[in-house]
Ligand binder design. Structure first.
Ligand code: ZN
Length: 573
């Protein structure tokens, strides 16, 4: 009887949670009534175009106010456009590996700068080889080169090596140069069907050296030496930064426009060879780009939408225009292509066939980032987003500390904390919150000070936030790099045995995307958010624990001295 009562009390709550999670998907729809299942094309070509660092919202067909993409827009009008395409990571290697393998980063294992795509992973090129296709690649990024294991299954693999930054301002191959090689290759191609051609363009990736000058008044020299740009930006005052960012976005848009022109050029190549009408053309990107929306420039630094939302357009023989609003993932590209080619989808793939009318739609998208002392992951539905992880593993022996930017989070089971804190500036006011409730305010100085914080008495885990109340502003003359030293601390708690997890800097962020699409208002501690957060946390945990390939060989990439220099310049080592 008691059990029955228990069920009656909790049943409405469970139903609410199920409703909330399912309602995530309520915008899901495919406009148009054509049966996409009937789109099957054996013996055609597959042209996969990855434009590095291309934000979806900077393309005309995704609603951008500037005319950056007339050629891509034309293809989107005749093809299928996925309005909510989400990347599985925010930098090239893990996200492109997800596109080519259909696996989430946790399952393909190519996550770090030195990490190599394991031989055991079957790429699209390898699967297609088994069905009589010939695969060719034209890539301009070291992270997807032979050295990183991306040439598996390709008959020919053309990698345009990065140039020395001291010799040329833009180290990456330009799309016109790549197209020249592509054009002579296509001209001499004997078989004009059953080819898989993977093209990885680099134009929108910084440094910027735009050939188009529609949006920039002039090419500022600083954009051609962009590896020092992130540092330069952090030492600027707000007005200088605002102006520079406008110019950076102008240059970025010009790069997109030029790359778009080269896509038009590539389409003409295919038409000339009579390959256009029997080719499936896929246009996408590996990740987006941040222009200081969350305090950073470029990518691979967080999992916010500006770094994750990318385009996906599938142009098929014949004209089948559709707009699909449901969540699409990079891992879905491989099964969708296989299905269009009438090739069976391997069972261990993470993605789904996006054009199968009987599919269970994606309720969520997952992303991971594990680079430069940052290990974070996210779950994103069409309404909510949760980002979790650690930013800095604490080493008790080294007694290291980290300069926090405005806020630090500490998880503890204890009812008190002893914190040793020092500030970069004198008289910084700091507020302490426990589970979102302010419990103390104190002033810290430039010298180390010990603070004893009493927390609400309870056995359960508490989340303590330490927030700087004094605005974070780095005076220009200090010339500190991108690290804003608003708050600095070393934390010791001799009574807590689980010191390692206690002292890691936690990343805990939750956003309601419908009200806050810019992810500005972290509602992690908002009492109303708890039920959704619990549900998202549970799903993210399940995602991270459910690994398919624990036994993958972990051979590091063998880079040449020159390549190591390039990677260091790019910030990957
Ligand atoms: Zn990239």
């Amino acid at each position: 009887m008691a059990k029955k009562k228990y069920i009656l009390i909790f049943l409405p709550l469970v139903l609410i949670i199920v409703y909330l999670f399912l309602s995530i998907n309520h915008e899901t729809n495919i406009k148009g009534n054509d049966d996409l299942n009937s789109c099957k094309y054996p013996n055609v070509n597959v042209i996969l175009i990855v434009i590095d660092t291309l934000r979806a919202d900077h393309l005309g067909c995704y609603g951008y106010s500037r005319n950056t993409s007339p050629e891509i827009d034309k293809l989107s009008k005749e093809g299928i456009i996925f309005k909510n395409m989400v990347a599985q990571s925010s930098w090239t290697k893990p996200s492109t590996a997800s596109i080519l393998s259909g696996l989430y980063p946790k399952n393909h294992g190519a996550m770090t700068g030195k990490g190599r795509l394991p031989e055991e992973i079957h790429l699209l090129s390898e699967i297609l080889r088994g069905y009589g296709y010939h695969s060719y690649a034209f890539v301009g990024n070291i992270h997807v080169s032979q050295a990183a294991g991306f040439n598996q299954g390709f008959k020919e693999f053309f990698y345009f090596q990065e140039k020395d930054v001291k010799v040329v301002p833009n180290i990456f191959v330009r799309s016109d140069e790549l197209n020249n090689s592509l054009a002579s290759f296509i001209r001499q191609l004997d078989d004009t069907s059953n080819n898989f051609i993977y093209i990885h363009y680099m134009d929108p990736h910084h440094p910027y050296l735009p050939k188009e000058k529609h949006f920039s008044k002039e090419n500022k020299k600083r954009f051609t030496n962009a590896f020092s740009l992130p540092k330069a930006i952090s030492s600027m005052n707000e007005e200088e930064r605002r102006i520079l960012l406008i110019e950076a976005i102008n240059a970025y848009d010009d790069e997109i426009l030029y790359n778009d022109k080269m896509i038009g050029n590539m389409v003409r190549m295919l038409k000339k060879k009579n390959m256009y009408s029997n080719s499936i053309i896929i246009i996408t990107s590996d990740h987006g780009e941040e222009f200081f929306e969350h305090g950073n420039f470029t990518h691979g630094k967080s999992l916010y939408d500006e770094q994750l939302k990318v385009p996906l357009i599938i142009h098929m023989p014949g004209k089948t225009h559709k707009t699909i609003n449901e969540i699409a993932n990079q891992v879905d590209i491989l099964p969708t292509i296989l299905s269009l080619l009438e090739i069976p989808i391997p069972k261990n793939i993470d993605g789904i066939d996006l054009l199968n009318n009987k599919r269970t739609p994606n309720l969520a998208s997952y992303a991971e980032l594990s680079i430069n002392q940052l290990t974070i992951s996210s779950i994103r539905t069409s309404k909510y987003k949760l980002i979790e992880g650690v930013t800095f593993p604490f080493d008790r022996k080294k007694k290291n500390h980290r300069w926090f930017k405005e806020r630090a989070l500490i998880e503890t089971n204890d009812d008190s904390l002893e914190l040793v804190i020092k500030s970069f500036y004198k008289n910084r006011k700091v507020r302490v919150l426990s589970d979102g409730i302010p419990i103390d305010t104190f002033t810290i100085n430039t010298k180390k000070q010990v603070f004893n914080i009493r927390l609400p008495d309870s056995k359960r885990k508490k989340m303590v936030a330490i927030e700087s109340l004094t605005p974070c502003h780095v005076p220009r003359q200090l010339k500190i790099s991108n690290d804003k030293r608003c708050l600095a601390f070393c934390i010791f708690n001799s009574r807590n045995v689980n010191a390692k997890s206690l002292l890691s800097a936690r990343y805990l962020e939750y956003y309601t995307l419908t009200e806050d699409p810019g992810e500005k208002n972290n509602r992690y501690y908002h009492p109303e958010s708890r039920e959704i957060i619990t549900l998202l946390k549970k799903n993210l945990k399940k995602y991270l624990l459910d690994k398919k390939s624990a036994s993958l060989s972990k051979k590091p990439v063998k880079f040449s001295k020159e390549q190591i220099k390039t990677l260091k310049t790019l910030g990957y080592m």
